[in-house]
Ligand binder design. Structure first.
Ligand code: GDP
Ligand code: MG
Ligand code: K
Length: 296
């Protein structure tokens, strides 16, 4: 069986959600009867008799790079690194802009196989399509990780069967990751935990060991904000004291700074709920950690 994680990347309005929805309709075995599962940051599992494709909406790589701290770019690249394939969408009507080129640079740096997708060809002129291709290829040249190129219309379905075939062809042999109607927030949880960790180490300097783990327990898309609950696991009571700080000042600061970065990444208001725990129970959590930080 072919299986893997497929990141769907591209700037806002390029057609990511439309494509995910259209691909989900092509699946032979229906794993979810809720068509709206592609909204927001919930990912889709597409299971056919020969393959399982986990479509992952990639958060946080569509921002101008200057808005990012350097470590955030690293996190974006690392989050992609958990993926087996990237679908990179561009929109020839809106033209290829600096934001597209930024995403292209991150994709190139990730070295993951990627399929370049020129979307909206039902509405674009041949000149617009050519111009978009030429411009994106200033970054994604022959030496890059682009393994295929498709002109599609996510709206009308043009070329989607061929695209899906190619996706399955490129994916590695692998297990069926999900038995049935499962969703994952792997890359997002990974980013959140890395950002919270960065704030902890930044604010507490030497006092907190790098074995400290942040486990994202809950991500909920609510009407007007994203609610995130994460647990920070330390080894000793004294470390818990340091992270919480006097009158909770340190944990507040960690939370505030992490929230600011997350709001930039996710383009949403964030409510970040942080808890500090001593590691006792932490061993049992190993499997959860592996899932959340995207290791295989
Ligand atoms: P996202 O922000 O990348 O998820 O983009 P969406 O999927 O929400 O699409 C943004 C807009 O582009 C919507 O109005 C879609 O209907 C439109 N759109 C998406 N794909 C196509 C396409 O292939 N052709 C045309 N003409 N419009 C499209
Ligand atoms: Mg969308
Ligand atoms: K995600």
């Amino acid at each position: 069986m072919k299986s893997g994680f497929v990141a769907v990347a591209g700037k806002p309005n390029v057609g990511k959600s439309t494509l995910i929805n259209a691909l989900m309709k092509k699946k032979v075995v229906i794993v979810s009867d809720k068509p709206q599962t592609t909204r927001n940051r919930i990912n889709c599992v597409l299971t056919t008799p020969e393959a399982q494709v986990v479509l992952v909406d990639t958060p946080g790589i569509h921002k101008p790079l200057h808005k990012f701290g350097e470590y955030m770019v690293k996190i974006a690249v690392n989050a992609l690194k958990g993926q087996d394939l990237i679908l990179f969408l561009i929109d020839p009507i809106d033209k290829v802009r600096e934001s597209d080129l930024n995403i292209a640079r991150i994709i190139k740096e990730s070295k993951i196989p990627a399929i370049l997708i020129i979307n909206k060809i039902d509405a674009a002129t041949p000149e617009q399509i050519n111009e978009a291709k030429n411009r994106i290829k200033t970054v994604l040249d022959e030496n890059s990780n682009i393994v295929a190129e498709f002109e599609i219309s996510a709206l009308t379905g043009h070329n989607l069967t061929e695209l899906l075939q190619k996706i399955i062809e490129v994916l590695p042999e692998g297990p069926q990751y999900y038995p049935e109607d499962m969703t994952t927030d792997r890359p997002l949880a990974f980013m959140i935990s890395e950002i919270v960790r960065e704030k902890i180490f930044h604010l507490t300097s030497q006092e907190i060991p790098h074995s400290t783990a942040v486990v994202v327990e809950e991500i909920k898309d609510k009407e007007d904000l994203v609610y995130i609950r994460a647990e920070i696991y330390v080894e000793r009571q004294s470390q818990k004291g340091i992270i919480i700080g006097q009158k909770g000042r340190m944990i507040k600061k960690i939370g505030m700074l992490a929230r600011k970065d997350l709001e930039i990444l996710l383009d949403d208001k964030i409510y970040l709920d942080l808890y500090v725990k001593v590691k006792d129970k932490w061993r049992q959590k190993d499997s959860i950690i592996l899932n959340t930080i995207g290791m295989k």
